[in-house]
Every structure is written in C-alpha cells, then in structure tokens.
Design a protein around this ligand. Structure first.
Ligand SMILES: [Mg+2]
Length: 171
C-alpha cells in the first residue's frame, strides 16, 4: 500500500450534483439512461464519463464525495449512482449541511463549506461557490458547460493539489 492509499491520507474530492454530475441531454453529452423501470425512478442524467471518472479517481487513491445543496435523500443519491457502478465515500446533502455546518449559527454560512469535511477540492458549476473558496479556505474547480476533457482536467487538478498538500505537510 502506497502512502496515498492509507485511509487517513486519502485526499477527498467532492462533486456538486446539479449542472455538474447531473446535466441535461439538450446541453450536455450524457450517459445512457437506466433501464426501465429504474429510469422512471431516477430521472437525472449523468454527465458522460461520470462512472469512469469517479472509479478512476478512487483507483488513484482519492476519496470521492458528493456535496450538494439539494435535498435529495442520501439513499436516493447512493442508489442512483450504485446502478451506474459508483460508490461514493461520503455524501453531504442540504439536510446534512444544515445539521452539521450551518447548525445554529446566527450568520448564514455559504451553501457549501467543503473544508469542514476535510475535502481538498470541490467541483461546482456556480461561480459564487467557487469564488467564496478563497475567503473560506477551500479549493474549487468550476465546471459547467460541456467539456470533452473534463475528466482529465479534474484529475490533473486533484493530483496537483495532492502534491501541494504533501509538500505542505512535510515542511
Ligand atoms: Mg450545481
């Protein structure tokens, strides 16, 4: 087992759902829908390459999480992705965020705070989520439009951050 594979050392990367992993076939290339009747229960369409990317990242020693501000239940998210052969290492939905991050803070915190979950890189379509990273101390990658090279770009960015963090911890 290499250093990166030790569970406590695995870097966490999270993905937003809407407009990131869930996209519309009208505007993005998508994975085939699930077979009937699953496609009637799970109507979201996955961005093309999602299962391959998530599985690849886990093979590369990353823990992959979902961080969504939507209120889809954890089990709905878990099962939808499981039918595509994906098992996330963690799921944060709107309910969990309110309970564990926002809690009874008097000021309204940003809709996502990936660093509260020790997530080193979060992928999101919203400029506000990405730009607040600097202020609140998390790293984000903005992904929105169809991009045939999204998987390679995200892996490259994640590897870059892993190297950076390894150097930081050594010093
Ligand atoms: Mg989104």
């Amino acid at each position: 087992m290499s250093k990166n594979d030790a569970p406590q050392n695995r870097m966490r990367v999270s993905f937003d759902l809407d407009e990131v992993l869930f996209v519309l076939p009208e505007t993005h290339k998508t994975e085939p829908e699930l077979i009937f009747p699953l496609n009637k229960i799970f109507r979201e369409r996955l961005r093309l390459g999602t299962p391959k990317l998530i599985n690849r990242m886990q093979e590369l020693g990353f823990d992959v999480w979902v961080y969504t501000s939507s209120f889809r239940s954890e089990s709905y998210i878990k099962w939808l992705f499981r039918f595509y052969g994906i098992r996330f290492n963690g799921i944060v939905n709107g309910t969990r965020h309110l309970k564990e991050v926002q809690r009874n803070n008097k000021t309204t915190l940003p809709q996502k705070l990936p660093n509260r979950y020790r997530i080193s890189l979060h992928i999101d379509d919203e400029s506000i989520v990405c730009s607040l990273g600097r202020q609140y101390g998390y790293r984000a990658y903005q992904l929105e439009a169809q991009d045939d090279d999204w998987a390679e770009k995200i892996i490259a960015r994640a590897e870059e951050i892993r190297t950076l963090e390894a150097e930081t911890y050594q010093n």
